[in-house]
Design a protein around this ligand. Sequence first.
Ligand code: CMP
Length: 140
Amino acid sequence: MRECTLSIVKPDGVANNLIGEVIRRVEAKNIKVIAAKMILMTKEQAKGFYAVHEGKPFFESVTDFMSSGPCMVMVLEGEDAISIYRELMGATNKDNAKEGTIRRDFATDIEKNVVHGSDSTETAEFEIRYFFNSLEIQKR
Ligand code: CMP
């Protein structure tokens, strides 16, 4: 199915010059970047984005981290884009991520794990709308 997903290159990925590497891997799978921008989230904006994780032990820490520096947010589109991008990222914890995945290759730890990707069509819709309005998404 042709679908869209939200990708974030997190503050560690931006600081470590991995924006190009992430896009290269995405495009190599024939997934298109149809919208992209650099953002710097406030703590409150990070909390809104990760609202599903409110109450979890890592919530304060991950929202501090995500508001600690610039992120690159992108809308990706392609056949099975959600699952293909999740395969490219690898498991949340780099120790469980397969070889050749972005997180296995570049993550620091379970929090500083370079990238985020939507996990379903429902979360993709919420996450894309959280950062982009319809004028920013080039769709035909
Ligand atoms: P992400 O896929 O963006 O979703 C939630 C983020 O919280 C996750 O990646 C990690 O960066 C961070 N995180 C930190 N600790 C954990 C944990 N124990 N389980 C899941 N996510 C965690």
